[in-house]
Design a protein around this ligand. Structure first.
Ligand code: SD4
Length: 336
């Protein structure tokens, strides 16, 4: 009996080992494919765009990689890690506002030029959820891990368990508990999700998106940001898009996939973002909801390095870094 148990245990371990080996070779394969593309560097001018004010600093980190002929995937990961690691940024990573139970739960996803994808949702105690999302992409046969499972995986990969609730966020949360009024506010202080999309000098696109989500959300609530197709989408033949704002509305229209598909149909990044926002406007009106209570912003980039952005109401901005420098731009909006 015990022999049989040992056999089962050993063969289960052997299966895991084989599976892990096959992931490693998948990863190596994609790296070497990229290596081939490196040899075929095509003179594309790199560009990176990202959401909100903190996009400027984040773009700076991404640009360091892009300008040295690095890969867009590495650039977007390095870029979004800047606000993730900054405790003064209170809506992403370390320092993010907690849910209504006082728990900081993080959502993130990443997508590369080969359509490899990785995502984590409702992840606690890990400062850089984007790096865990990348590990999900590169080291597991899955595309998404959530909650405790995501944390266990992160710890197994050597990520450090940390307290992410900073004093200022805890103080605000305790104030909020006095009324416990739940009205998700996005866009009020220019500091929400960071979504970043980039085109490298090999003509390849990648994207990353990371957030602590809506402050004081229900525990376990997941928004659009870790959902491939909603908060982020990349198609290396066409373009990339990422979103910020009320995640429920972005998920409802599978927002970023829609933006990329509109670009596939020939729309410019600007027109594609406008049409996705008009879809949200229409569905909000059909459902008799007040548009004034909603903010969603999209940014998009195509294969030629053209970009665009659009949102429901004023207040959304994004940062663009290319060979001309790094600038913050106010996005055009629907509710005038
Ligand atoms: C979410 N989209 O969790 C995120 C939050 C955000 O501007 O971007 N707020 O729904």
């Amino acid at each position: 009996m015990s022999n049989r148990r040992n056999f089962i245990k050993t063969s289960a371990l052997a299966t895991v080992a084989v599976a892990l080996n096959s992931f490693t070779s998948k990863e190596e394969e994609s790296t070497s494919t990229f290596g081939k593309q490196k040899a075929e560097q095509n003179g594309t001018k790199p560009i990176v765009i990202s959401t909100w004010n903190f996009g400027v600093k984040a773009n700076g980190a991404a640009w360091e990689i892009l300008k040295n002929n690095g890969r867009a995937l590495d650039a977007v990961e390095a870029g979004v890690k800047i606000p993730e690691g900054d405790p003064a940024e209170r809506s992403v990573g370390y320092g993010g506002r907690p849910d209504r139970d006082g728990r900081v739960t993080l959502d993130a996803c990443i997508m590369d030029e080969f359509s490899n994808i990785g995502s984590v949702a409702c992840l606690e105690h890990i400062k850089h959820p984007i790096a865990v999302a990348r590990a999900v992409m590169e080291k597991t046969p899955h595309v998404m891990l959530v909650g405790d499972g995501a944390l266990q995986f992160a710890l197994s990969q050597g990520f450090k368990k940390e307290n992410l609730l900073v004093e200022a966020s805890e103080k605000e949360w305790k104030e909020w508990l006095k009324t416990s009024q739940y009205k998700p506010i996005a866009n009020i202080e220019n500091h929400d999700t960071i979504g970043m999309i980039a085109l490298d000098s090999f003509g390849n696109l990648s994207g990353a998106c990371t957030t602590s989500g809506m402050a004081y959300k229900m525990h376990g609530r997941v928004g659009d940001s870790p959902i491939i197709g909603a908060g982020l989408y990349v198609d290396n033949e066409i373009g990339a898009a990422t979103a910020t704002g009320h995640g429920e509305e972005v998920i409802r229209i599978a927002g970023c996939h829609l933006v990329v598909e509109l670009m596939r149909q020939g729309k410019s990044p600007q027109k594609a973002c406008e049409e996705a926002v008009s879809r949200i406007v229409k569905l909000t009106q059909n459902r008799n909801k007040n548009l004034k209570d909603i903010q969603v912003g999209f940014i998009a980039l195509n294969k030629k390095g053209e970009y665009g952005a659009y949102c429901v109401q004023s207040g959304f901005n994004f940062a663009v870094n290319d060979t001309n420098g790094n600038t913050l731009v106010d996005a055009d909006y629907f509710l005038k």
